[in-house]
Design a protein. Structure first.
Length: 338
């Protein structure tokens, strides 16, 4: 009888507990489709648009600034005149070198004629061998003299050309150092010029993220709520000791922002990952809660880490619980708000 009584008590207790579970108040939750919460995982790094050439044009000769043809902010093309230096002394030097060359050329013409005559006389024994050698030596000396004077003419012409300061590339004048009437010596800065038709995007990439950049298929430059697609040109293998970053350069395949524009490099690491804030921990495991026929169903996500997005392998239509999950346990009833 005692054993029978205990059995009845246990049966009644199980019925009471089952009834309590069946009548448990559903927990109100909000659900959204999994496709509505998945995000693309991006990384960012500071970046700016840089010209490939920003040069300080300096004087190659010493002279007085005679004319100024460019001012800061002015756009110029390759070959445009920027400044002119006083040419008078260099024109005189060129004329003098040219006159010396012409004089030697005339002397050589006379020496050539004398040599021809000397060879005729020598063949008839009317001129000694020593005299013939003197004529030949005179021509040889004049040839060497003409070569040296030709170099002098070329140098004088080059110095004369250096009086005209021209733009080496298409660009914008960002500074003018020389003033009208200034005497400038060789090496004195004259004009600062920034190239405008050759530029790249420069970015400092944290060393630990460099590999993800090389494998990314979507990279863009973002500045002032505008975005431009870019292509990776080169990633330096050197790591900066101060910043622990590597320099990367990018090209703009289409339009580009103004040189000097700063912003951020944005590149996609993964697509369709679950945000870290939607994960919960139950029994030491990280996962998410799904709505399964009005009950909360806990899904463990292997490889998930605190504070990091995670890839999930679930149907995109799965209803993930985004609000009210703090009070949930696996299998309890829920009241769904979509």
């Amino acid at each position: 009888m005692q054993r029978t009584g205990k059995t009845l008590v246990l049966m009644l207790a199980s019925v009471v507990f089952a009834g309590a579970a069946f009548t448990q108040t559903p927990v109100p939750v909000q659900v959204v489709p999994l496709s509505g919460v998945l995000i693309d995982l991006n990384r960012r790094a500071p970046a700016d648009v840089r010209s490939l050439n920003s040069a300080t044009i300096a004087a190659e000769i010493s002279a007085v600034v005679e004319k100024v043809h460019s001012e800061p902010g002015q756009a110029v093309n390759a070959g445009d005149l920027l400044l002119e230096l006083d040419r008078s002394d260099y024109e005189l030097a060129f004329q003098q070198a040219q006159a010396g060359l012409e004089s030697s050329q005339a002397q050589k013409a006379l020496a050539d004629a004398k040599l021809v005559r000397a060879r005729e006389l020598g063949s008839n024994n009317y001129l000694s061998a020593d005299e013939l050698l003197m004529r030949e030596t005179e021509v040889t000396v004049l040839i060497a003299q003409i070569k040296a004077q030709q170099v002098g003419v070329n140098v004088a012409r080059s110095d004369l050309d250096k009086c005209s300061i021209k733009a080496p590339f298409n660009g914008v004048v960002h500074e003018r150092f020389a003033q009208l009437g200034d005497f400038v010596s060789q090496g004195s800065p004259l004009v600062g010029l920034t190239q405008t038709d050759h530029y790249e995007l420069n970015a400092e990439i944290p060393d630990e993220h460099a590999a993800s950049l090389e494998n990314s298929r979507s990279i863009s430059f973002v500045s002032r709520n505008e975005s431009w697609p870019v292509q990776l040109l080169r990633l330096s293998p050197l790591v900066s000791k101060e910043r622990r970053s590597r320099q990367a350069r990018f090209a703009f395949p289409q339009e580009a922002p103004a040189i000097g524009r700063s912003g951020e490099l944005l590149w996609q690491v993964e697509n369709g990952v679950l945000p870290a804030n939607l994960m919960v921990r139950r029994n030491g495991l990280l996962g998410i809660f799904l709505n399964r026929s009005g009950a909360a169903h806990f899904i463990h996500l292997p490889g998930a880490q605190e504070g990091r997005p995670v890839t999930v392998d679930l149907p995109l239509g799965s209803e993930i619980i985004v609000e009210g999950r703090e009070r949930l346990q696996d299998g309890i009833p829920i009241s769904v708000d979509r």
